[in-house]
Ligand binder design. Structure first.
Ligand SMILES: [Zn+2]
Length: 218
């Protein structure tokens, strides 16, 4: 039985090592695209099988900082029932964003249910945003987010809202290798894979094999 936060942390780290988070997709150039890319497809497993895993992923992916992670990790440990519902919302948000950005990428009809859901999450997130004076200028700040287990979801929804801007949508692409979504921020906009060391390497090796091996046997 877990009786301390230390025990809970060990459990999370064991889970993450077991799931090999070092391989988690972080190549999207945007946290919200990385979030979409955590879903299972033919080449990868689901990186977010629980709220605990989601929280850890958020820390690894820069959605929340280490201090927020520790606070929410303890809060999650104390609220096992609440995090089950939150995990359901995590998956619902991921599915909604996946369908939405895939439709935007392929310029197809947007799913009708997507906007009401996004609006619902945005409305909650905005209740925790406030203009403050920072260095003599107005800037938005998060307020009253301490111990709010849904906070990482709000961060992701706000970033999704930013990506709806046509400037960013023009950079949206899908990896030819694994199907991951990413922003192509390369100078010439000619990137066709999510990562140079993952799918990029595989595609280069395939091209080399075709040219050298198949070419010589032709
Ligand atoms: Zn890829």
């Amino acid at each position: 039985m877990q009786t301390s936060i230390g025990g809970a942390m060990n459990r999370f780290y064991a889970h993450c090592q077991q799931k090999n988070f070092a391989d988690a997709p972080f190549h999207g150039n945007a946290a919200v695209l990385n979030f979409i890319n955590t879903a299972k497809n033919s080449r990868r497993h689901d990186y977010l099988p629980s709220y605990d895993a989601f929280l850890y992923w958020c820390r690894e992916g820069g959605v929340i900082d280490g201090s927020t992670y520790l606070t929410l990790e303890f809060e999650a440990y104390c609220n096992p029932i609440e995090i089950q519902e939150l995990h359901r919302q995590v998956i619902e948000l991921r599915e909604t964003l996946t369908e939405l950005f895939t439709a935007l990428l392929h310029k197809t009809e947007l799913p009708v249910y997507a906007m009401p859901r996004i609006n619902r999450w945005l409305a909650t997130a905005r209740q925790h945003l406030s203009y403050q004076v920072i260095n003599g200028r107005p800037a938005t700040q998060w307020i009253n987010i301490h111990e709010e287990l849904a906070f990482p979801l709000w961060v992701l929804v706000l970033e999704a809202q930013e990506l709806f801007d046509p400037v960013w949508l023009a950079k949206l692409k899908q990896c030819r290798g694994c199907g991951a979504l990413y922003l192509d921020v390369s100078k010439c906009r000619t990137r066709t894979w999510c990562s140079a060391n993952a799918c990029g390497k595989k595609l280069r090796n395939r091209r080399y094999y075709k040219k050298k091996v198949l070419g010589n046997n032709a």
